[in-house]
Design a protein around this ligand. Structure first.
Ligand SMILES: [Zn+2]
Length: 291
């Protein structure tokens, strides 16, 4: 089972509540992938360069290491901004090259994009990525296989749990009118995420021909929700990982940065253990799957 019973944790572990701060450094890539290539949407992504500087400053102030999921597009378009992330000691993880959701690609297209982005990461950091997060959180049926074949430790794109990493599966059987068929559990560690813990839907105003995403919520109200997630994790499990997902062009606005700073201060006061996602996934593997 992906989620062991609570009693397993309460009986066997010393309390330890891990927080992963993760930043998807998309810059313009997400807008280009959606065909939004006029000057204003592009500039909206460009603001991520300013946001990234502010986030690096915040993380330095508190002495925290974070995980940056950086598309190959951003590495090759904005190399100095990406070098600053590496020089500050943060993890650089995989977020595709062109920010096209894998569910929209053939297996060959997906693998070519995966390899191209990994080569960009290796040039930037000196080694290939250990972790992957899919653009727009929509894996294909091939993604787990490809991540295993290319030596990844973890994925962070699925929503099947909140505080417990679990083994990613392949080959789930789904047919309308039939019971769900669980596929095979793999060695890939899933570091689960949620739209509710992502800054984008809360804050970004997006208008297309067919939809409006209103966004623009109170940053402090969202951070209160995010802090309550941590408090609930503390109340219900003795060991867990909570992942927050942010984008420099979203969270980098002034009032949101102040709210994020407040959240970090409260998490520190509450005893959060901040880790890169690679380190948290490694700890999860050792604690949960090989004992
Ligand atoms: Zn992204």
């Amino acid at each position: 089972m992906p989620v062991p019973p609570l009693s397993t944790f309460r009986e066997s572990t010393v309390p330890r509540h891990i927080v992963c701060l993760t930043f998807d450094f998309d810059t313009q890539s997400g807008f280009i992938a959606r065909g939004m290539t006029t000057p204003t949407p592009l500039s909206r992504g460009e603001f991520g360069l300013i946001g990234a500087q502010r986030i690096l400053g915040l993380l330095k102030t508190f002495g925290l290491r974070a995980t940056w999921f950086v598309p190959g597009f951003t590495i090759e378009s904005h190399p100095r901004a990406c070098e600053a992330v590496v020089q500050a000691g943060h993890e650089v993880a995989h977020h595709s090259w062109a920010h096209i959701p894998p569910a929209q690609q053939s297996r060959d297209e997906e693998e070519a994009d995966l390899v191209r982005a990994n080569e960009a990461i290796a040039r930037l950091t000196g080694r290939k990525a250990r972790g992957y997060r899919s653009p727009s959180w929509d894996l294909s049926e091939s993604t787990i296989d490809l991540l295993l074949a290319h030596g990844f430790l973890y994925d962070s794109s699925l929503m099947g749990a909140d505080y417990w990493p679990y083994r990613a599966r392949r080959g789930d059987r789904v047919e309308l009118g039939q019971p769900f068929g669980r596929g095979e559990e793999t060695a890939l560690i899933e570091m689960p995420i949620s739209w509710s813990l992502d800054d984008f839907p809360h804050f970004e105003f997006v208008r297309t021909a067919t939809t409006v995403l209103p966004g623009l919520q109170s940053a402090r109200a969202v951070m209160e929700n995010w802090l309550d997630e941590f408090r609930y994790m503390q109340q219900t499990v003795d060991w867990g990982v909570l992942t927050y997902t942010m984008h420099p062009y979203v969270i980098g606005r002034g009032y949101r940065m102040l709210a994020l700073e407040g959240l970090v201060q409260k998490l520190i006061a509450a005893g959060a253990v901040f880790m890169t996602m690679e380190d948290a996934a490694q700890e999860a593997r050792e604690r949960m799957f090989t004992a």
